[in-house]
Ligand binder design. Structure first.
Ligand SMILES: Cc1cc2nc3c(=O)[nH]c(=O)nc-3n(C[C@H](O)[C@H](O)[C@H](O)COP(=O)(O)O)c2cc1C
Length: 196
């Protein structure tokens, strides 16, 4: 058997999400953010196409983006009340750091777009894991801004790109609580030829 890394395994096994609104300062500093992104970029990538990129919201950027998103929401939902608009203003400023993970998947002669999208999704997951390994907590959310083209443009998408989500990162204000996980037996099957 290869030698196991007990500390790394314990970290992997203990990951759980903490809601964006429960993530506070301190967030990662510049060096830690770079490290996190370097880890995220270790994602498998069929064809080495780099079919993803990251848009970072931190400091004033989160609140500024939120202002623009709230204005867009008001335009699309003229009946929205002030409480909801306030929520929109804070959408990218709940946690100290938000990393928008972008899929740049595009038609390719050999590599299906599906695989490129999976690579971007896994870059998001590695961002979550890196945050956890560095002692922070994270919440990967999509919310409406991942599905609205106008919101995408405001948040920096180029034509053809889409967000696979926004990873909110910070220090939890409450002890993380786990959720029930499925039983291994319910989701794992050992394949055998039919009829055996
Ligand atoms: C692609 C994707 C999108 C998600 N979008 C949201 C979301 O918009 N809002 C939300 O509350 N959770 C969302 N989640 C779920 C959370 O990231 C998280 O997995 C969930 O709260 C369960 O917690 P756990 O990670 O500890 O299992 C999303 C997860 C994935 C994979």
């Amino acid at each position: 058997m290869p030698e196991a890394d007990a500390a790394a395994l314990a970290r992997l096994a203990s990951r759980r999400s903490v809601k964006a609104q429960q993530l506070h300062e301190p967030g990662p500093d510049d060096a830690t953010l770079r490290r996190m992104l370097e880890i995220a970029m270790r994602v498998p990538d069929h064809g080495k196409l780099t079919p993803w990129r990251f848009i970072v919201f931190r400091g004033d950027a989160g609140a500024q983006a939120g202002e623009a998103i709230a204005a867009l929401f008001a335009e699309k939902n003229p009946d929205a009340d002030e409480k909801r608009l306030e929520e929109e203003r804070g959408r990218l400023a709940r946690a100290p750091l938000v990393i928008g993970v972008v899929s740049t998947a595009a038609p390719h002669a050999k590599i299906p777009e599906f695989e490129q999208l999976l690579s971007a999704g896994n870059a998001a997951m590695l961002t979550v894991m890196a945050a956890h390994a560095l002692g922070f907590a994270a919440h990967w959310v999509t919310e409406w801004i991942s599905y609205d083209e106008d919101a995408g443009r405001i948040l920096g998408l180029q034509p053809g790109e889409r967000f696979v989500g926004f990873v909110h990162i910070g220090t939890p204000t409450v002890p993380p609580v786990d959720r029930p996980r499925p039983a291994l037996e319910d989701v794992v099957e050992y394949w055998r030829p039919a009829g055996t």
